[in-house]
Design a protein around this ligand. Structure first.
Ligand SMILES: *[C@@H]1O[C@H](CO)[C@@H](O)[C@H](O)[C@H]1NC(C)=O
Ligand SMILES: *[C@@H]1O[C@H](CO)[C@@H](O)[C@H](O)[C@H]1NC(C)=O
Ligand SMILES: *[C@@H]1O[C@H](CO)[C@@H](O)[C@H](O)[C@H]1NC(C)=O
Ligand SMILES: *[C@@H]1O[C@H](CO)[C@@H](O)[C@H](O)[C@H]1NC(C)=O
Ligand SMILES: *[C@@H]1O[C@H](CO)[C@@H](O)[C@H](O)[C@H]1NC(C)=O
Length: 710
């Protein structure tokens, strides 16, 4: 609780207020803005600033960010899904459940049941072998997580752990062997190519679909109603569905037109069956609890009371504004009595906690991610828990090393499996540690890519790479994107006269600055360096603008932000107009290379099975927690601030993770850096054009030999 005071009036109010017992303090509600029409903070938070309001807004980055804020005492309450609560419980974050946000009078958001056709002669759960399964399928994970979708199969089908198959494929293969056929439409995995492959390998799991060869989310038997139609069309023997959907499909809702329930029963987990028209309670396998309001222990009682009292009776009131902020379509707010800790609250939800703790394969196939700071490790740990709750397999583990170099060494030594490195480190990862790429952090537009350009003074007269001969160059770092792109460009233009490359570069340029240049080599390429001043991207630009260098090789992004930043700092001596990007007239594009901001590196000898499995883990995370998440608000932000800090573990500008460097297949930008590294070419000394001193000496020597001989 804080007293908000940013006006004189408020200060006076506070002073007056302090002299009375009933002092008006504000509770802080943590609000997560959704997409589109769910962007409500800007609309409703200002109303909460009014003098009568008991609450003020704190904007959270995502729902789990709100959870962390509450546990740190930086917010009082917020709304969470039951999956968020499971994450909180595993990470031992203490919050209390005060109210349920319901939209019906039912105790749970939904309950999941198994319904059988009596003619299928299923008497117990052990009779399901070789039967025909109707299943809602995949592709609407926002409210139907993998965990709930797979619950029936994980409970009854013996799970194989073939080491030659991925975990997902093991699960699919187990079901395929167990059931005679099924309709499980929609994407089984994220990668469409792999999805197709699996569907062709296990065709009986699409066999009951209306279009077995397509087996997509457009199928008649896909979705909430689909599996019930599948059952009553006589296509399947058993269906996995929501109880409310079963009731409406069979006309079991009071007052609805009764269709026949004859010949259908609920199959119970204890091995019994109950006729659908029975008056006894149907048997439920697993439930999905309602979203809840959860708060700090100290203010739980008061928060429960005033949340319960909220109503829309006055549209303009702060109470109505708060209600609009915390609910989407939930009409009834139910007090949880007594106010409860997460674990005991969830233990009353049939199956929900056990759904999150089915045993995996042994030995475990945990993917070990290397982190380099406490903050990265914290983000990774939250990612681990939230991924488990949404059923992403295999699980991940987060192990901290001192820096990225140690991570790369550790991967080569099989201590870790994955590290995400910036583009500048990719060559080192490949050449020094024999790593290869698992996925790229792809971005939306050119601005966000690392596009290497050469920047020169506008009046320098430099118009081609040939003109750069004997000029002073400034680089961000040795072996980075800019350095390697320049080496490659000069080499392909046959401008490198001496091998190896570092000697050829020393010979081509005059005194220059290449930070981190190997210490055991003495070279003119270190001559201009001023440690701490000319390091990295901005350092290279300073080296140029201070007049020490004639050309700086940096990213196009740096080129534009550098001058903007300088202007903002009020330095008028340096003007963007005095500089330009070197556009080699023999080449229509002015860039030397481009690279995505980062990529994940793995061991070169990783098996193709492991790669498939691991790539799918990250693609699923991207789907659920990336920029294109499907739910109204996101539980977790993969690409964005974490605890207020940018670029933790991943780059914030990342739009999508892909196994190719570009976001869209239609992106035709040439000179991709990774491709350039793979086709780098040998250093070929002694190009055709001007003879260097070394060559002259060599020719002189030959002439002497010839003269001597005759
Ligand atoms: C349920 O249906 C069966 C078969 O039609 C019938 O015999 C039974 O009486 C019905 N039970 C109830 C409670 O309606
Ligand atoms: C609240 O606003 C809605 C439309 O925005 C209006 O229909 C309704 O009558 C209002 N209710 C009150 C109590 O002002
Ligand atoms: C990591 O630390 C080692 C020393 O332990 C150092 O040699 C190396 O340059 C560091 N790497 C990075 C990327 O900072
Ligand atoms: C400098 O050290 C690196 C690795 O430590 C080595 O590969 C290289 O040959 C050395 N170069 C010289 C000129 O000694
Ligand atoms: C790959 O190399 C690592 C370390 O060199 C080794 O421990 C591992 O067994 C190898 N994996 C495969 C699949 O060959």
């Amino acid at each position: 609780m804080y007293v908000l005071c940013n006006t004189i009036a408020c200060v006076i109010t506070t002073l007056v207020c302090l002299s009375f017992v009933e002092c008006r303090m504000k509770y802080q509600v943590c609000v997560v803005d959704g997409r589109g029409s769910f962007r409500k903070a800007a609309k409703y938070c200002p109303i909460l600033d009014g003098p009568d309001s008991k609450v003020e807004c704190i904007i959270g980055l995502d729902r789990l960010d709100c959870l962390r804020r509450i546990s740190k005492g930086k917010a009082d309450f917020s709304v969470f899904t039951p999956e968020d609560l499971v994450t909180a419980s595993t990470l031992q974050v203490e919050v209390l459940v005060t109210n349920e946000m319901r939209y019906t009078n039912d105790a749970f958001e939904y309950e999941v049941v198994a319904v059988i056709d009596d003619e299928a002669r299923i008497k117990t759960r052990y009779d399901l072998r070789d039967k025909r399964l109707c299943h809602p399928g995949y592709g609407y994970e926002a409210d139907w997580t993998q965990i709930l979708a797979n619950y029936l199969e994980v409970s009854i089908v013996p799970q194989s752990c073939n080491p030659l198959l991925s975990l997902t494929e093991n699960r699919i293969s187990s079901s395929s062997k167990y059931f005679k056929s099924a309709c499980k439409a929609g994407p089984w995995v994220n990668d469409p190519v792999l999805d197709n492959e699996l569907k062709r390998k296990y065709p009986n799991l699409c066999g009951l679909c209306n279009s077995p060869t397509v087996c997509s989310t457009d199928d008649k038997y896909w979705g909430r109603r689909g599996p019930l139609l599948c059952l009553t069309d006589g296509v399947g023997d058993i269906t996995w569905a929501r109880l409310d959907d079963v009731r409406s499909h069979f006309g079991l809702i009071p007052g609805s037109a009764v269709t026949t329930t004859d010949g259908y029963s609920y199959l119970c987990q204890d091995g019994t069956t109950i006729p659908l028209n029975s008056t006894t309670q149907p048997c439920v396998w697993v439930v999905k609890p309602w979203p809840v309001v959860a708060s700090k222990r100290t203010s739980a009682q008061e928060i429960q009371e005033f949340i319960s009292s909220l109503s829309h009776s006055d549209n303009n009131s702060w109470q109505s504004a708060l209600l609009n902020l915390i609910e989407t379509y939930h009409l009834t707010i139910k007090s949880v009595q007594p106010i409860e800790a997460i674990e005991s609250y969830l233990s009353r939800a049939t199956g929900f906690l056990s759904a999150n703790s089915f045993p995996g394969c042994h030995p475990p196939r945990t993917v070990r991610i290397c982190t380099t700071t406490n903050l990265e490790n914290a983000k990774c740990s939250w990612l681990r828990e939230v991924s488990t709750v949404y059923g992403i397999e295999p699980d991940i583990d987060c192990l901290k090393a001192d820096n990225k170099t140690h991570c790369m060494q550790g991967i080569a030594a099989n201590l870790f499996d994955v590290v995400i490195v910036p583009a500048d480190m990719v060559n080192q990862a490949k050449t020094s540690y024999q790593l290869k790429t698992l996925f790229y952090e792809t971005v939306l537009n050119e601005e966000e890519k690392y596009v290497t350009v050469g920047v020169v003074r506008a009046n320098s007269g430099i118009t081609s790479f040939e003109d750069l001969q004997s000029k002073r160059a400034c680089f961000p770092k040795y072996d980075g994107v800019a350095w390697n792109s320049v080496v490659h460009t000069l080499n392909s233009k046959k401008l490198i006269k001496i091998c190896p490359f570092i000697e050829g570069m020393s010979e081509f340029f005059s005194d220059s600055c290449v930070p981190n240049f190997p210490t055991n080599v003495s070279s003119s390429l270190k001559a201009l360096c001023k440690p701490g001043i000319y390091d990295d991207e901005y350092g290279a630009m300073r080296c140029l603008t201070h007049g020490n260098g004639d050309v700086a090789f940096v990213s196009k992004h740096t080129y534009s932000t550098f001058f903007k930043d300088i202007k903002e700092k009020g330095d008028l001596r340096i003007d963007a107009k005095d500089y330009k990007i070197l556009c080699d007239n023999s080449d229509e594009s002015c860039h030397l290379s481009w690279a995505p901001p980062g990529q994940a590196m793995i061991r070169l000898n990783s098996s193709s099975l492991w790669i498939k499995d691991t790539l799918d883990v990250f693609l699923q995370m991207d789907n659920l927690f990336g920029k294109n998440f499907k739910s109204l608000t996101t539980p977790f932000t993969l690409f964005g601030l974490f605890d207020g800090k940018p670029n933790v573990l991943f780059h914030d500008i990342t739009n999508k993770l892909r196994d190719i460097p570009k976001l869209k297949n239609t992106d035709t930008m040439k000179k991709e850096y990774d491709d350039m590294l793979d086709k780098f070419g040998e250093c070929v000394s002694g190009g055709s054009t001007p003879l260097t001193v070394t060559n002259n000496v060599y020719i002189f020597f030959i002439i002497c030999v010839l003269l001597f001989k005759f």
